[in-house]
Design a protein around this ligand. Structure first.
Ligand code: 13P
Length: 247
């Protein structure tokens, strides 16, 4: 299984940055890197078209969220069908920033994921506990519940990627230890195994302050099939260094 190196740009960037960042990454992707990594970026939706012009053949492009409605009078929303129509392949769902700032629930994420599947998109479903939940010994309960309620029964390894992002590690410079990541990813794999016959083939990404300095160890951790990278995905050299650090 190749490692998937995915960049979530969040609300950062511009037309010029999209052009520069993707053409720089694209120009550095060579056969050696492609042997061990796949690439995916989530620019802000407005820049997806510009992203395609500069992403080349080997960088997939996704969108950071979609509506839980199919179409109609929902001002400001973007449907899964539109994302597919624009040529994107993936949609990021249930990121902790959406759960926190937009009150997204597991049930809402699940509805969005079903719409993503109906429209031929791959859903990257984010789960992860807060610092308080971890300190209270609740990390595994929280992740189990999120996984059970956010991931539809119709999920499989072809249409779904799980991203474990401990909230306390996002944008903080704090990274979960390799041992904690190994334990949680193995737990997630086990829970997937209770529901899905192809659980061994699901990609499970780690996200939360992944940087060139810690990527080698994290990406070599059992059941870590790639990274979902925020800050370090905005700099071509850092994003590429993370990929190069993959085993
Ligand atoms: P950072 O890499 O900036 O911690 O962000 C992780 C993240 O939220 C990716 O979705």
């Amino acid at each position: 299984m190749k490692k998937l190196i995915a960049g979530n740009w969040k609300m950062n960037g511009s037309v010029e940055m999209t052009q520069d960042l993707l053409s720089e990454i694209n120009s550095e992707i060579d056969g050696d890197l492609l042997d061990k990594c796949g690439f995916l970026v989530f620019p802000p939706a407005l820049y997806v078209t510009e992203a395609f012009k500069n992403a080349g053949t080997y960088i997939d492009v996704g969108v950071q969220d979609c509506s839980h409605n199919e179409s109609g009078a929902y001002t400001g929303e973007i449907s899964a069908a539109m994302i597919k129509d624009c040529g994107a392949s993936h949609v990021l769902l249930g990121h902790s920033e959406r759960r926190q700032y937009h009150n997204e629930t597991d049930e809402l994420v699940c509805t969005k994921a079903k719409l993503a599947f109906d429209n031929g998109l791959i859903a990257v479903i984010c789960i992860g506990e807060t610092e308080e939940q971890r300190d209270n010994g609740k990390a595994f309960d929280v992740v189990e519940k999120q996984l059970a309620a956010s991931v539809p029964e119709s999920a499989n390894a072809e249409n779904t990627i799980i991203a474990y992002e401990p909230v306390w590690a996002i944008g903080t410079g704090k990274t979960a230890s390799a041992a904690d990541v190994a334990e949680m990813h193995s737990f997630i794999r086990g829970k997937l195994g209770e529901r899905f016959s192809d659980s061994e083939n699901f990609y499970i990404l780690y996200g939360g302050s992944m940087k060139p300095e810690n990527a080698g160890e994290l990406l070599a951790t059992p059941n870590v099939n790639g990274g979902l990278i925020g800050g370090a995905s905005l700099k071509a050299d850092q994003f590429l260094a993370i990929a190069k650090a993959a085993p």
